[in-house]
Ligand binder design. Structure first.
Ligand code: ATP
Ligand code: MG
Length: 311
């Protein structure tokens, strides 16, 4: 199996603190702070690595925080390719308030890219050596909304399968071009189609339509704790979310993408790959803060889903 390539256009250094209580003006004494690498594609690559798959995370970073991000990725043994950019990589803050068990998240926009910088990434699409390419996350400032569409066109021309997890206009534009797998959540699906998707029937119909219009070969709609729907040329599959003790949903969507893409790249059936995605997402919900999944949890939840769904 060739490594699965992931792309992160706008990664971050995520710093998590705990305080007793959020109060204005007065200093809030916090825990020392835990730093983690952040960004959709980086998370997907970390999950694939945890599950024993081969991957390479391509990411754009710059400034002193870019060096720090690389150090964090090195410490996690991630196979990676750093594309240096002029702007400074962002720092995102997470503050957990012990008193209320609420999590506050502060996410700045990140650096603005020059035309030369984003065009350089598009050119990579002509040379990368992979069967599966995962593009996830928001686009940084300066990058046109049709960036993922242009990227998908160039990858597809080389027979590479494209998995996309993004939102808003970049998602819409990319689906005009068409991708192999798209993973919206309910909000992203509603924005994309300008329709409400509150009932199971409406959700299924909207996913089915995207496949029929060749906007994606496979649509995996995830609904948090309420299960997931998969539409493809052969029909529709639904899976419930495993009942788990929810610690933090941070990274659940990326974990789903990592599990499902690995399943597909390994040649599992579509049903199995879908179940592996659901199991991986649920395993990440079991861990606190920015931690992703443990391999044993994924294996256990995957086995439970397979036996319940008779896969
Ligand atoms: N409360 C939960 N209980 C069980 N599993 C969950 C829960 N929340 C999320 N998951 C798992 O994670 C997967 C992805 O979660 P979700 O639908 O919340 O993605 P998302 O909205 O894209 O998340 P993100 O904010 O990470 O982008 C779900 O399909 C499910 O497998
Ligand atoms: Mg998501």
């Amino acid at each position: 199996m060739k490594p699965i390539i992931t792309l992160t256009m706008n990664p971050s250094v995520d710093v998590a603190w705990e305080v007793d209580e959020m109060v204005p003006v007065r200093k809030m004494r916090s825990s020392p702070g835990q730093s983690d690498p952040g960004g959709g594609g980086i998370n997907v690559a970390r999950v694939i690595t945890i599950l024993g798959g081969e991957t390479r995370a391509i990411y754009l970073a710059g400034g002193a925080q870019g060096d720090f991000l690389d150090e964090l990725l090195e410490a996690r043994g991630l196979n990676r390719q750093w594309i240096r950019v002029k702007g400074r990589t962002r720092v995102a803050a997470m503050i957990f308030e012990r008193e209320t068990c609420q999590e506050y998240r502060v996410v700045p926009p990140g650096p603005e890219l020059s035309r030369g910088e984003w065009e350089g990434v598009l050119d990579l699409a002509d040379t990368v050596d992979c069967d599966w390419f995962v593009a996830t996350g928001s686009l940084p400032r300066g990058v046109p909304n049709d960036f993922y569409a242009q990227l998908a066109a160039r990858l597809k021309a080389r027979g590479i399968k494209v998995v996309l997890d993004t939102s808003g206009r970049p998602l819409y534009e990319a689906l005009q071009e068409g991708v192999t797998v798209v993973k919206p959540n309910q909000r992203e699906l509603e924005q994309l189609t300008c329709k409400k998707a509150t009932t199971g029937a409406a959700q299924a119909e909207l996913c089915r339509q995207l496949v029929e219009e060749s906007r994606a070969e496979i649509v995996a709609l995830t609904l948090g704790g309420d299960g997931a729907v998969l539409a493809h040329g052969g029909g529709l599959i639904r899976l419930p979310s495993p009942k788990v003790d929810v610690k933090s949903a941070v990274g659940a969507g990326d974990s789903f993408v990592g599990g499902m893409t690995l399943g597909l790249a390994e040649g599992r059936t579509l049903e199995e790959a879908f179940a592996l995605g659901v199991a991986t997402g649920a395993a990440t919900v079991l861990t606190a803060g920015t931690q992703l999944c443990h391999r044993e949890d994924v294996a256990r939840l995957f086995a439970e889903l397979r036996s319940a769904a008779r896969l």
